[in-house]
Design a protein around this ligand. Structure first.
Ligand SMILES: Cc1ncc(COP(=O)(O)O)c(C=O)c1O
Length: 432
């Protein structure tokens, strides 16, 4: 983005003043330091902030528990039995899912959902049993994929095809991966690959993968395609339905601001939602709603993603998600947020390069279409990254450190300000 940014603080303040989303910061509790000042909180990619309305939503459910107890499943406002349905429409909007049949469901947590999806969508045969993943996948995904290969009787060392960045780039231990590299691997080995499982946004480098193009390439080779959207949901504009993605999973405690360990979500494309030939691990909450309480044997899935549910969900957590999704909808959904995010992160990049470009490098792609709000920074002078990170922390910046050597900073468009970006770069320059 070639915006005419200016280096002074006044410029940042003017950007905030003209920001149509600026008022949403007041919708959140921003942590404060001991001196009472607000922290610069750039860790929404790890745990999003608490929306001010969330305690009210959770309290409402506690009150229903207190007053109605078991009857709250069926009576009162927003009964618990269909409570998860309240989240379906806004969640579907956030990830570009179809509204005609339920393609999205809020349930379990990310890794559990990944296993549930793989039970249905990783159907290996002797000839086609391999799984394409990135070499530096988030460990939980790595373990999940490895265990799936083992469960099906394959040796993970052979079954997992690990995407490594182009060796020619070779500057760093962990690099971004070009879609062209993925295309080459699929061209060479696609016929032996049953499943492609990649992140929407890579947690370490901040790279946004080209979901639509990768899905097309993988389908052309007959592979099923799933995405881990932990760092993409609530960060990027997604069109999972139109992009023809087979399945996806994500969590809600990062950009979706729903609290630590809150319930995750899953997407199943409508092409698969009615299929009877797909095996799945089933539970009563995925069973036909009309006959669920007849308590009879014989599982009949609800059509769509809801049919993958197992258990009755934790309502207090769903209440927090409901509150958070409401804030997203009031902000106009992902499009205006992404518009601000592109500018906010471009401004951060511009200031970093201008002020301290000789001492800090940015691992995240420079192309705005290939990243979300996060930038992953590496301090050039070898070994000093961790010390710099600690200085940031003591100066009131909350960002995070990822081994082996990256500081991740994620200005979030819902609650971060341009002025904070300006102050952050100043603090980082001092820390260096
Ligand atoms: C990219 C990614 N995948 C998977 C997970 C695991 O999520 P959960 O603990 O909710 O299963 C995380 C957690 O931070 C993550 O960042």
């Amino acid at each position: 983005m070639n915006e005419p940014f200016e280096p002074g603080r006044n410029f940042a303040v003017a950007l905030d003043r003209g920001d149509p989303l600026g008022r949403f910061r007041d919708e959140f509790h921003v942590p404060t330091r001991e001196n009472g000042e607000e922290e610069i909180y750039f860790t929404g990619n790890s745990l999003g902030l608490l929306p001010r309305r969330t305690p009210k939503y959770v309290e409402e459910e506690l009150q229903k528990w207190k007053r109605l107890a078991v009857k709250a499943h069926f009576s009162g406002e927003n009964p618990w039995l269909p409570y998860h349905e309240l989240l379906a429409e806004p969640m579907a909007r956030l990830v570009g899912a179809s509204a005609s049949i339920s393609e999205v469901v809020t349930m379990n947590s990310l890794t559990v959902n990944l296993h549930l999806m793989m039970t249905s969508f990783y159907r290996p045969t002797r000839e086609r049993h391999r799984i394409l993943l990135e070499d530096h996948a988030f460990p939980s995904d790595d373990y999940a994929l490895e265990s799936q290969a083992i469960v099906h009787g394959f040796d993970p060392a052979e079954a997992l095809v690990r995407l490594r960045p182009d060796a020619q780039k070779g500057k760093h231990s962990i690099e971004t991966i070009d879609t062209a590299d993925i295309a080459r691997v699929l061209e060479r080995e696609g016929e032996s690959i049953a499943l492609v499982l990649l992140p929407g946004v890579q947690y370490y480098t901040g790279q946004a993968f080209e979901i639509e193009a990768i899905t097309r390439l993988a389908h052309a080779k007959g592979c099923v395609v799933g995405f881990d959207l932990a760092h993409a949901a609530g960060n990027l504009v997604l069109h999972l339905h139109d992009w023809n993605v087979d399945f996806a999973v994500w969590c809600t405690y990062k950009y979706l601001n729903s609290g630590p360990g809150s319930v995750g979500a899953g997407f199943v494309h409508e092409r698969h939602g009615m299929r009877r030939d797909l095996p799945r691990l089933s539970g009563w909450w995925g069973h036909d709603k009309e006959s669920r309480f007849r308590m009879e044997p014989g599982f009949r899935p609800i059509p769509g993603a809801e049919g993958w549910q197992l258990s009755n969900p934790p309502i207090l957590s769903l209440a927090a998600i409901r509150a958070s999704l409401e804030v997203f909808m009031e902000a106009g959904g992902m499009e205006p947020l992404r518009e601000k995010s592109l500018r906010l992160t471009a401004y951060l990049e511009w200031l970093l390069e201008r002020e301290i470009g000789d001492s800090v490098e940015i691992l995240t792609p420079a192309n705005p279409r290939q990243r979300g709000c996060q930038l992953s920074l590496r301090v050039k002078s070898s070994g000093s990254g961790r010390t710099v990170f600690e200085k940031l922390e003591t100066s009131g910046v909350t960002c995070d450190w990822r081994e082996p050597d990256v500081i991740r900073v994620a200005p979030v468009p819902l609650y971060n300000r341009y002025e904070e970006v300006h102050r952050f770069v100043e603090i980082l320059r001092n820390a260096l």
